[in-house]
Design a protein around this ligand. Structure first.
Ligand SMILES: *Cc1c(COP(=O)(O)O)cnc(C)c1O
Length: 391
């Protein structure tokens, strides 16, 4: 059932559900009915709802200073950038408010790099079919999905798409105009496919061979969700540029573009900007998220709970092959492809009626993105609802 609001643009097919508060892994409606949230605002509520440490950080900052321009020093921004660079491949960070903006910065950084090196003809970026990088005009062009581009006029120039896994097509697509290859290490909207480690390694080698940049879009899979701080770490490769968002803000709008010193070559004073990017409220929450994630035991918890999740999901798929066809993804970013005669959108709605919140993805995939704080009991609860739905 859809819910229409005359004064809102009709861009979302809203359901009739209305939640009034959240606590940990649960959302509550006006009648205090409890829903198990394995959607987490589409991979955003990384630490669940109203995590006390995040609430405290936001309240304290709200009493001190909300917004100040990037014309001035913002100590919490320096702190968050230093923490992100200390724990990743990166040397430099630009803060944005969303994933698409973090990706815009990534695309601009790659183009500007070659411009600064005196090779402005190198501006094209190779992307993969089925990818999703955001809804701005540039990120739509990067994603290349016809259903998202239709009606929005000329598609921004400079993106060449190849089929995932087609090595010959990929090699053929690299020309003297290629600046970078862009990929999600684990795709989200497209159908929750984890790129095999050897493919990420192959992409790194190919980029090195051709002196082009490797860009990872970890807006959905980054910040602990895969069991690693960043999903690409599992493959032992490093990008030159990476976009993150969603989880890093834990529910507060925050994104970031991380780059090496070298790749940031062209980004100088005046090259790029964002009024709100790196705002004190966002920085307070971003730092609070990292306080928890970087605690020595936290990612171990994610890895342990992920392997339990994997076991339970694998046996679910084995037990109900008429409904659940293929388990995908890594860590706490999981997809189950449904049988071709089971349409994922009504299935998501059915699960909502049973008080389990999930998200649909491409290729008829049911997406499960629980907060990283889940315990076995939450997984057991979700599995029993998924079993009931299949019966
Ligand atoms: C959600 C998402 C984006 C876009 O993020 P917004 O915050 O919605 O702009 C980009 N890339 C990936 C992989 C995403 O999942």
């Amino acid at each position: 059932m859809s819910y229409n609001v005359p004064s809102l643009m009709n861009t979302y097919p809203r359901s009739q559900y209305r939640f009034e508060r959240g606590e940990g892994v649960y959302l509550f409606d006006g009648n205090d009915r409890r829903y198990l949230d394995f959607a987490a605002g589409i991979a955003v509520n990384l630490l669940g709802h109203c995590h006390p440490h995040l609430v405290d950080a936001l309240k304290q900052q709200a009493d001190a200073l909300w917004h100040i321009s990037n014309m001035y020093q913002i100590p919490a921004q320096e702190k968050l950038a230093t923490r992100l660079t200390d724990m990743s491949f990166a040397d430099k960070v630009f803060f944005s408010n969303s994933g698409a903006e973090a990706m815009e910065c990534a695309i601009k950084t790659a183009r500007k790099y070659f411009h600064a090196k005196g090779q402005p003809e190198k501006y094209r970026i190779i992307t993969f079919e089925g990818a999703f990088h955001g809804r701005t005009l540039a990120t739509l062009a990067a994603g290349g999905q016809a259903k998202h581009l239709e009606g929005f006029g000329p598609v921004m120039e400079g993106f060449d798409q190849v089929k995932p896994g087609d090595h010959d097509a990929l090699k053929a697509a690299i020309t003297d105009e290629t600046a970078a290859i862009l990929i999600e290490p684990i795709s989200g909207e497209g159908g929750v496919r984890a790129v095999p480690p050897q493919c990420l390694q192959g992409l790194r080698a190919l980029c090195d061979e051709h002196n082009i940049l490797l860009i990872f879009d970890e807006v959905q899979c980054g910040v602990g969700r895969s069991g690693f701080l960043f999903a690409h770490e599992a493959a032992g490769v490093k990008p030159d540029i990476m976009a993150i968002a969603k989880g890093i803000g834990g529910g507060f709008p925050l994104g970031a573009c991380l780059t090496t010193e070298e790749a940031a070559l062209g980004m100088q004073a005046g090259s790029h900007g964002s009024t709100y990017g790196g705002n004190p409220l966002a920085m307070a929450v971003g730092n609070a998220v990292l306080d928890i994630i970087l605690d020595s035991d936290f990612l171990d918890h994610v890895k342990n709970i992920s392997s339990y999740f994997q076991q339970r999901l694998a046996s679910l798929v084995d037990s109900y092959p008429k409904t659940y066809v293929e388990l995908r993804g890594e860590g706490l970013m999981r997809g189950i492809q449904l049988a071709s005669n089971v349409d994922v959108r009504p299935f998501v709605d059915k699960l909502r009626q049973d008080k389990l919140l999930t998200v649909a993805a491409g290729e008829n995939v049911l997406r499960l993105l629980p907060p990283l704080i889940i315990e076995k009991t939450h997984i057991d609860e979700a599995i029993s609802i998924l079993e009931k739905a299949a019966q």
